[in-house]
Design a protein around this ligand. Structure first.
Ligand SMILES: Cc1cc2nc3c(=O)[nH]c(=O)nc-3n(C[C@H](O)[C@H](O)[C@H](O)COP(=O)(O)OP(=O)(O)OC[C@H]3O[C@@H](n4cnc5c(N)ncnc54)[C@H](O)[C@@H]3O)c2cc1C
Ligand SMILES: *[C@@H]1O[C@H](CO)[C@@H](O)[C@H](O)[C@H]1NC(C)=O
Ligand SMILES: *[C@@H]1O[C@H](CO)[C@@H](O)[C@H](O)[C@H]1NC(C)=O
Ligand SMILES: *[C@@H]1O[C@H](CO)[C@@H](O)[C@H](O)[C@H]1NC(C)=O
Ligand SMILES: *[C@@H]1O[C@H](CO)[C@@H](O)[C@H](O)[C@H]1NC(C)=O
Length: 363
C-alpha cells in the first residue's frame, strides 16, 4: 500500500516537494492556509505572510566562495533547480510560467567570489552561456565588474498554479486549512485529509514547508519592496552598488509585466509601500538599463509589491525530525530570498530524507 504523506504549505517549496514525493509513488495531501491563485486576486494585506506571490522571481548564479566554501550547498541546489526548470521549459513551454533569458550582473565593488569568476571558473561551475562584460558595456564608470549568463525567470503565480494543477491531475489531494503546528496533522482524521475514510489510514510523514511558519526563534522576515511595471525587458538585470544598495528587474513573462526591485530590510514588518523607495528603485534601474523605457521613454507603473522573505539565521532548515508518538516531520523552510532558485534542489532533499526515514523505520 502506498505511504500517505502530508505537505504543509503551498508556496513554491511545498508545491515542488509535493510533486517530487508524488513522482516517488507516495500518496500526498497538501494542507495550506494560502493556495496559489491568479496574482491579481492575492490580497496584499491579508496574504502578506504567503511569500511566494510576492517574489520576483529570477535565478541569479551566486558562485560559492572559492576559499571558505560558503554557499556550496546552495549552489548545488540552484544547479539542480536549473536542470528541472530547463526540462519544464521544454515540456510545458506555453503553460509553465517559466521564461529563459539572459541574466546580467553589474557590480560596483565586486567581492572575491565574483572577481575570481572567470570564464574558466564559470565553466567549472557549469554556469551556462557565461561571458564577462567589457568595461565599454558597463552602464557607467562606477560599475567595475559585469557578466552575463543564461538563466530563467518565472511569473510566480502562473508557475505556482501550474505546479498545483499538475499535482491535482496526478491524484494529489488539496485542503485549504490553517493548522497550529505540523504535528497536529498526525492526529487529524483521514477524512479531513481526503484519504480513504477508514481507520487504517495513517500519516507516515509530514513536510513542514510553511515559509515563515510557526515561530522558530531563528526565523525573521526580510522585507522587500518592488514595483510592477507594464514595460517588457529582454533580460533580468541586477546591480549591486558600493554602498550596499541594489536594483534589479525580473521580467515575469506570460503577460505579467516586469518587476523592478531593490530593497532588503531585515525585521521590517511594514505592510505598505513607501513612495520614496518606489521612486528610488525606478530611478536607479532606469539609469542602469535605459532600454527598459522602450519607445514611450517611461516606466508604466501598475502596482507596488511588498513581501516578506522567510529568512533564517544559519540558512534554510532542511532536515528531518522524528517527533515522539507522531512520526517524521521533514523541515523545509526559511529559504529567505532564494526560495524559487533553490526549489527543486530543496524538494530533492525532502524526498531523500523522507525515503530514508521510511526505509529505516521499523513498522
Ligand atoms: C520582494 C521579494 C523578491 C523575491 N525575489 C526572489 C527571486 O528573484 N528569486 C527567488 O528565488 N526568490 C525570491 N524571493 C523569495 C521567495 O519568494 C521565497 O523564498 C519563497 O516564496 C518562499 O516560499 P515558501 O514555500 O518557503 O513559503 P511561502 O510562499 O510563504 O508558503 C508558505 C505556505 O505555508 C502555508 N502556511 C504557513 N503557516 C501555515 C499554517 N499555520 N497552517 C497552514 N498553512 C500554513 C502558507 O499558507 C503557504 O501556503 C523574493 C521574495 C520577496 C519578498
Ligand atoms: C503575519 O505573521 C505575523 C507573525 O506571525 C502575525 O503577527 C500577523 O498577524 C500575520 N499577518 C496576517 C495578515 O496574517
Ligand atoms: C525554452 O523553451 C523555448 C521554446 O521551446 C526554447 O526556444 C528555448 O531554447 C528553451 N530554453 C532552454 C534553456 O531550455
Ligand atoms: C480503506 O478504504 C479503501 C478505499 O475505500 C479500501 O480500498 C481499503 O481496503 C480500506 N482499508 C481497510 C483496512 O479497510
Ligand atoms: C515547523 O516549522 C516551524 C517554523 O516555521 C517550527 O517552529 C516548528 O517547530 C516546525 N516543526 C514542528 C514539528 O512543528
Amino acid at each position: 500500500m502506498s505511504k500517505h504523506l502530508v505537505v504543509v504549505g503551498a508556496g513554491v517549496i511545498g508545491l515542488s516537494s509535493a510533486l517530487l514525493l508524488q513522482e516517488e509513488g507516495y500518496s500526498v495531501t497538501i494542507i495550506a492556509r494560502d493556495l496559489p491563485a491568479p496574482f491579481e486576486t492575492i490580497d496584499p494585506q491579508e496574504q502578506i505572510n504567503y511569500t511566494s506571490p510576492w517574489g520576483g522571481a529570477h535565478n541569479r548564479w551566486i558562485p560559492p566562495n572559492p576559499t571558505t566554501g560558503e554557499n556550496t550547498r546552495e549552489y548545488a541546489l540552484s544547479q539542480a533547480t536549473y536542470a528541472r526548470m530547463s526540462a519544464l521549459n521544454k515540456s510545458d513551454h506555453a503553460t509553465s510560467g517559466i521564461t529563459f533569458m539572459k541574466g546580467i550582473e553589474y557590480l560596483e565593488a565586486p567581492p572575491p567570489d565574483y572577481i575570481s569568476l572567470t570564464a574558466d571558473r564559470a565553466s567549472e561551475l557549469n554556469i551556462p552561456g557565461f561571458r564577462l562584460l567589457e568595461p565599454s558595456e558597463f552602464p557607467d564608470d562606477r560599475v567595475k565588474w559585469g557578466c552575463e549568463y543564461d538563466t530563467w525567470c518565472v511569473n510566480p503565480m502562473v508557475y505556482c498554479c501550474f505546479l498545483l494543477r499538475r499535482f491535482a491531475i496526478r491524484g494529489g489531494r488539496i485542503r485549504k486549512r490553517s493548522i497550529r503546528a505540523p504535528v497536529e496533522v498526525f492526529s487529524l482524521p483521514a477524512s479531513e485529509l481526503g484519504f480513504p475514510d477508514n481507520d487504517s489510514t495513517k500519516i507516515d510523514a509530514v513536510v513542514n514547508a510553511t515559509g515563515i511558519g510557526f515561530g522558530d526563534p531563528d526565523v525573521f522576515v526580510t522585507r522587500g519592496q518592488m514595483c510592477l511595471v507594464a514595460n517588457a525587458c529582454d533580460a533580468t538585470v541586477t546591480r549591486q552598488n558600493a554602498d550596499g544598495g541594489w536594483c534589479y528587474c525580473v521580467p515575469r513573462g506570460f503577460d505579467g509585466g516586469t518587476v523592478i526591485g531593490g530593497n532588503r530590510e531585515p525585521d521590517n514588518w511594514a505592510t505598505t509601500a513607501s513612495a520614496e523607495v518606489r521612486e528610488a528603485i525606478l530611478r536607479g534601474f532606469a539609469a542602469t538599463y535605459p532600454s527598459i523605457l522602450g519607445a514611450g521613454g517611461e516606466l508604466n507603473v501598475i502596482a507596488d509589491i511588498v513581501g516578506r522573505r522567510p529568512t533564517r539565521k544559519g540558512g534554510p532548515r532542511l532536515e528531518g525530525e522524528v517527533v515522539k508518538g507522531a512520526g517524521l516531520v521533514f523541515h523545509a523552510y526559511g529559504l529567505g530570498g532564494r526560495g524559487y532558485e533553490l526549489s527543486w534542489g530543496t524538494a530533492q532533499e525532502v524526498v531523500k530524507g523522507v525515503r530514508q526515514y521510511l526505509a529505516e523505520r521499523v513498522v
